[in-house]
Ligand binder design. Structure first.
Ligand SMILES: Nc1ncnc2c1ncn2[C@@H]1O[C@H](COP(=O)(O)OP(=O)(O)O)[C@@H](O)[C@H]1O
Ligand SMILES: [Mg+2]
Length: 312
């Protein structure tokens, strides 16, 4: 099957800008995947989404979504996709229900159907009974839920979400994660950006890390975490009379810290340290192993490793 999103050598230079916001980006997304674009502020994520959703005209390159060249046929593309933009763009002079039904009307749904769908959506997004409220009176979390409800009114095959959980409280964030997982289970393809590495790790099947308009790494979350082999290993909690590092020293690079009352936490770095070997070495060194777990570098470690610590 051809990929549902195929971006090839995409470039965008805004009028008057001295460098390209997107400087030759290529990636493919398979149908039903959750694909993440991660990158520091200004990396070009929103611009890339803008080209895929017809808001931004690329300078060069091609973007095909669900078999449609979005530049050549933006109208056909728009029927297949929906966008949850980085900045809320609800019509604040309308009620919540009207925001949903006007959107559906734009997509050609008849009056009865759009009212039924809108009420279903309000319920699904925990907004039942709030349909007649002016959107102005909505909290940030409610507004974000309404934006996603609106995006789903015309049953898109691909949903683009640009920082959908930024600034939300933990309850709203968990709710949106559940909704995204439910959409994935229904076969909707999701492309999202986020600064929340735990969110990316949890939701995404594959991730592209972008910086300065280019993809600098692309893999599964697991594959990306392995970019830092030194961050993998074992963490062992030990009870030992004297030097814990000496007890484990034969296993390789070991870092230890006191953990109170004759106990120590030791980290043994390396992907191939066997738990059995660690226990045996500790016991031979006169230590007792209280607890042991595998450690992996976090996506955040990898992200900072790849994109650096400079402020943008
Ligand atoms: N409408 C625009 N006009 C000019 N420059 C823009 C515009 N939108 C974004 N940019 C610039 O393009 C670069 C990429 O921005 P953006 O795509 O918003 O990145 P991100 O979403 O990763 O933070 C930034 O340098 C930004 O200032
Ligand atoms: Mg952005």
């Amino acid at each position: 099957m051809p990929p549902i999103i195929d971006v090839a050598d995409l470039r965008k230079r805004y009028a008057g800008a001295k460098s390209e916001a997107v400087a030759g980006v290529s990636f493919r997304v398979e149908e039903g995947e959750v694909f993440g674009l991660l990158g520091p502020n200004g990396a070009g994520k929103t611009t890339t989404i803008g080209t895929m959703t017809t808001r931004v005209r690329p300078t060069s390159g091609s973007v095909v979504v669900d078999g449609v060249d979005v530049v050549a046929d933006p109208v056909a593309a728009k029927l297949r996709i929906a966008v949850v933009p980085q900045r809320a763009n609800l019509d604040r002079s309308l009620s919540a229900l009207e925001n949903l039904t006007f959107h559906a009307a734009y997509f050609g749904y008849g009056r009865r159907e759009r009212n039924v769908r809108a009420r279903e959506m309000l319920e699904r997004f925990g907004l039942q009974g709030r349909g007649d409220d002016r959107v102005d009176n909505y909290s940030g979390g409610m507004a974000q839920r309404l934006i996603i409800a609106r995006a789903l009114m015309h049953d898109p095959r691909v949903l683009f979400l640009d920082e959908p959980t930024t600034g939300l409280d933990p309850q709203s964030r968990l709710f949106l994660w559940d909704q995204m997982e439910a959409l994935k289970a229904r076969g909707v393809t999701l492309l999202l950006t986020t600064h929340d590495m735990a969110e990316a790790d949890r939701l995404c099947d594959r991730i592209a890390i972008v910086d300065h308009g280019k993809v600098i790494a692309s893999d599964t979350p697991r594959g990306l975490r392995r970019v830092l082999p030194g961050a993998e290993g074992l963490e062992v909690r030990l009870e030992v009379a004297d030097d814990p590092a000496a007890a484990l020293g034969s296993l390789g690079e070991v870092e230890t810290e006191p953990d109170g009352d004759g106990q120590f936490k030791a980290r043994i770095y390396g992907a191939d340290v066997a738990p059995g070997a660690a226990i045996a070495a500790a016991e031979a060194g006169g230590a007792r192993v209280l607890d042991l777990r595998r450690i992996e570098g976090t996506l955040e470690d990898v992200f900072v490793h790849l994109t650096g610590r400079d402020l943008r």
